[in-house]
Design a protein around this ligand. Structure first.
Ligand SMILES: [Zn+2]
Length: 450
């Protein structure tokens, strides 16, 4: 005898992980909003016609936003990937628990959380609704290009997330995905999603946040340990090279436009997801190798070999604006490097035409400038810094010249890591003419004595 299952919903066939239905989620939102107005605002960022899309803005509102870093957490597939949403519900509660660590996060960050990006799929459920909204396609990847959402009036959910990315230009963006059913399991990871690779530009960051899971006894998969793991151009994507996503998603959009440290996270266990998200917040408070100040490692926006281009300001909102400006004009920068590169001296020039070596640069014999022109050559038109990686840990600076003139010590800083002495030369007023920067230094190849 056949059973007629047409009247049995999917949830009755298999119980889901959903802890709130939409009404309960709206109640949760109201409860959180009432909790402590010093630390949270709750806003409807879009409405589908039947459902609100709700975002939580968490920060210490008594502290100026000008010196905060911006963080965005979403669950673009919640939708029915309930473990992603559940993790973010719990994170909101933790950030409001008034513990020392949560209060510190709220002082240092503006954190925006959208736990239910696709309320239609979230409420109606069913695998057939995983990759669609009420009126359109999968908000995670279908409507995105690097220029933004294809049809914002139809894709209101994704357009609302794009508006958050455009407003906050976050330093960190993690999109939380996961599982649907009670008892379901999956391979957890950060930076590898169903569509393939969706990892950030700094893989060390991913490895460090995955450590938080592993310290608790959870597993974590690295992209490098998958058999098919070579990231390639889309033309080669296939079973030999399947790790390169063929779709642009919100993370790619944020990276492309704002040099955001953006990644997808697969969450099989809420506890593991929470540990990774909280570790990610902790990692934005330390100084990373290659950076001059504490913060997410997003500031080397352009670099080749020993030299890199960075923001200059130390105040976060100015630094963000400089990062985005430099990043979005990098294709136009024209620069030259003195070759061959030899110990004791580095010369880097920002130019708008093919250079000749100025007379004030007394260069070693047989040296020449290698010129890399931009598409429409221009000079950086905002404050910036140039970093020089001197490949000796124990180097000491003799002098730094800009267009042949020594610069004062307050216009450069340095740090050391991994065998490098990293020198930052600052241009707080930008530049309005071609600029040659030369660092001369003492070095020896022995171990550091400091
Ligand atoms: Zn997903």
């Amino acid at each position: 005898m056949l059973f007629d299952v047409s009247c049995i919903t999917r949830e009755k066939l298999m119980e889901t992980l959903r802890i709130y239905d939409m009404i309960q989620f709206i109640d949760f939102s109201r409860r959180m909003a009432k909790g402590n107005k010093n630390f949270i605002e709750v806003r409807e960022i879009a409405h589908t016609g039947n459902f609100p899309v709700i975002a939580f803005f968490l920060t210490d509102f008594s502290v100026s936003t000008s010196d905060k870093q911006n963080v965005l957490f979403t669950a673009m597939h919640s939708g029915i990937e309930y473990s992603g949403a559940n993790t973010l519900f719990r994170l909101i509660e933790i950030l409001l628990d008034e513990s020392d660590s949560s209060l510190n996060f709220l002082r240092k960050y503006q954190i925006v959380i959208a736990p239910v990006v696709n309320p239609y799929s979230y409420e109606i459920g069913g695998l057939e609704n995983q990759y669609r909204t009420e009126f359109s396609c999968d908000p995670y990847s279908d409507p995105w290009s690097v220029d933004g959402i294809a049809d914002p009036s139809l894709n209101v959910e994704a357009a609302a997330i794009q508006a958050l990315i455009d407003e906050f230009r976050p330093e960190l963006f993690i999109d939380c995905h996961g599982v649907f059913f009670k008892g379901q399991h999956m391979i957890e990871n950060t930076g590898v999603s169903v569509h393939g690779m969706s990892r950030p530009h700094n893989e060390i960051f991913v490895n460090k946040i995955n450590d938080a899971s592993k310290e608790m006894g959870y597993h974590s998969e690295y992209l490098e340990l998958r058999q098919k793991s070579l990231p390639v151009i889309p033309e080669l994507a296939g079973r030999k090279y399947q790790t390169c996503s063929q779709k642009i998603n919100a993370c790619v959009y944020a990276y492309h436009n704002y040099h955001t440290l953006a990644m997808v996270m697969e969450i099989g266990f809420v506890e593991s997801g929470l540990a990774r998200l909280i570790r990610a917040l902790e990692l934005g408070l330390i100084k990373w190798d290659g950076e001059i100040m504490a913060g997410f490692p997003v500031n080397r926006v352009f670099g080749e070999g020993l030299e890199g281009l960075h923001p200059c300001s130390s105040v976060r909102d100015k630094r963000r604006l400089e990062r985005v400006t430099l990043w979005n004009n990098m294709h136009n920068y024209s620069y030259a490097v003195l070759y061959p590169q030899i110990p004791g001296r580095e010369t880097y020039a920002l130019l708008h035409s093919k250079p000749t070596v100025p007379a004030y640069e007394t260069v070693p014999e047989d040296s020449y400038l290698v010129y890399n022109p931009g598409i429409a050559p221009k000079l950086p038109d905002c404050p910036f810094s140039i970093s020089f990686k001197i490949p000796f840990l124990n180097a000491s600076i003799k002098k730094i010249t800009v267009n042949g003139k020594n610069i004062p010590v307050n216009l450069w800083e340095w740090s050391k890591y991994d065998g490098f002495s990293l020198v930052f030369v600052k241009f707080p007023d930008g530049i309005d003419k071609e600029t040659f920067v030369t660092v001369t230094y003492n070095f020896n190849t022995g171990a550091s004595t400091d």
